[in-house]
Design a protein around this ligand. Structure first.
Ligand code: NPG
Length: 374
């Protein structure tokens, strides 16, 4: 295929409720969608959509939205526009000289992949090797002001039928909140916590208090670069350690596995450079007997649909952060947003990511449209 056009649709979508993590509170989702137009070998024009999951500031990872848009415009788009036989499988190869910027690369690769699969009439789930038609739906719950409030909010999600609860924690809002949840809902609730790198190894004795609550896992207690320190922490805790921020590539996953720093890996396609690298990490982890699950970055209907397809691969043995769209948005930008029912979401079956943009909503949530000159 030949890349003919790229447009970046910058969006601002209000969240149904503020979402607080150890690094801050979000009330609005800022992101951009990548719309790529490609010409196939037979001269047909196909359009694909990708989603950039960077935050508006570099507080989760080094990337941020305006930086990602800039690197796409100045570096990634020109490199890909020069290729005559572009395929989704070769995008990462053509971009290999640009260091880092996984989220920017992922969003562009996504758009090319969606277009390619649409041209072939094939779904992402079938392309990736999915083995399920539904995936269990977990929900990520932000930090609340008290244990009581945490119990109230989680109670609402349990009532809706979510298959697993993940609670954000940070120093000062951890052991007491977890204890309150276990007291209220018992030991059988599938329950895990996510620290988003808020602790250091010095907190090991404090974190050991979480061991008595039978959590599925504790996610990313230490910093992104602290793979070796996570291995030390793993020797001090019974609760399995799951890595998120630290796993920026298949190579990082290999290091984490070899060092025994992670018993579980959260795979986020944006964080690792795309769905193809995400599948490689899945394959690597599976070969080592390491469980994986699909993380979320408050995706719109585009990324949420693609994540549901990824989570249908055989190694995704734990429920992921793929909640119904209505957990974050009153209105989504696709015509048929992902819905949670009976604790699961359906894996899309249509060509590409299997979802269609709602043009009216896209325009309403759009703050800026940038056409990149190729
Ligand atoms: O369901 O999409 C979702 C949100 C899941 O908690 C979630 N994501 O650290 O995993 C995380 C967190 C996150 C969200 C991180 C946005 C960075 C940005």
């Amino acid at each position: 295929m030949k890349l003919r056009a790229i447009r970046l649709h910058h969006l601002e979508m209000p969240l149904v409720a503020p979402f607080t993590t150890s690094f801050g509170t979000q009330t609005v989702k800022h992101c951009f969608l990548v719309e790529a137009q490609l010409e196939t070998a037979s001269g047909e024009l196909v359009t694909g959509w990708g989603e950039n999951v960077a935050l508006d500031r570099p507080i989760y990872s080094p990337e941020y939205l305006d930086g990602a848009a800039d690197v796409i415009e100045r570096w990634l788009a020109p490199l890909l526009a020069a290729v005559d036989d572009l395929t989704a499988e070769t995008v990462a190869h053509h971009l290999r000289r640009i260091v880092g910027h996984q989220m920017a690369k992922a969003s562009v690769e996504m758009a090319v992949l969606d277009a390619q699969l649409r041209a072939e009439g094939r779904s992402l789930a079938s392309y990736l090797g999915a083995v399920r038609t539904t995936v269990p739906s977990g929900v990520s719950v932000g930090i609340q002001d008290s244990g009581d409030e945490t119990v109230r909010v989680i109670g609402g999600y349990i009532e809706q039928g979510y298959a697993r609860i993940k609670l954000k924690i940070r120093p000062g809002a951890d052991v007491a909140h977890v204890a309150a949840v276990r007291r209220a809902f018992g030991d059988d609730l599938p329950f895990q916590v996510d620290a988003n790198a808020a602790y250091t190894l010095v907190d090991a004795a404090h974190l050991r208090q979480l061991d008595e609550f039978g959590l599925l896992l504790i996610e990313q207690p230490l910093g992104e670069a602290d793979i070796r320190q996570h291995a030390e922490l793993a020797r001090l805790l019974h609760t399995p350690i799951c890595l998120d921020e630290s796993v920026v590539s298949a190579e990082a996953a290999a290091d984490a596995i070899a060092l025994r720093a992670a018993a579980v890996i959260n795979i986020k396609p944006g964080r690792v450079g795309g769905y193809l690298e995400a599948r490689r990490i899945h394959d690597l982890a599976r070969a080592h007997g390491i469980a994986v699950w699909c993380g979320g970055m408050l995706e719109t209907g585009i990324g949420r649909a693609a994540n549901a397809a990824l989570a249908a691969l055989p190694g995704f043995t734990l429920p992921g952060d793929i909640s119904g769209s209505d957990r974050f948005y009153a209105e989504d930008i696709v015509t048929e947003p992902i819905r949670m029912h009976d604790g699961v979401v359906d894996v899309p079956t249509g060509a590409g990511f299997g979802v269609e943009i709602d043009p009216e909503r896209l325009e309403r949530f759009r703050t800026r449209l940038v056409e990149i000159a190729l």
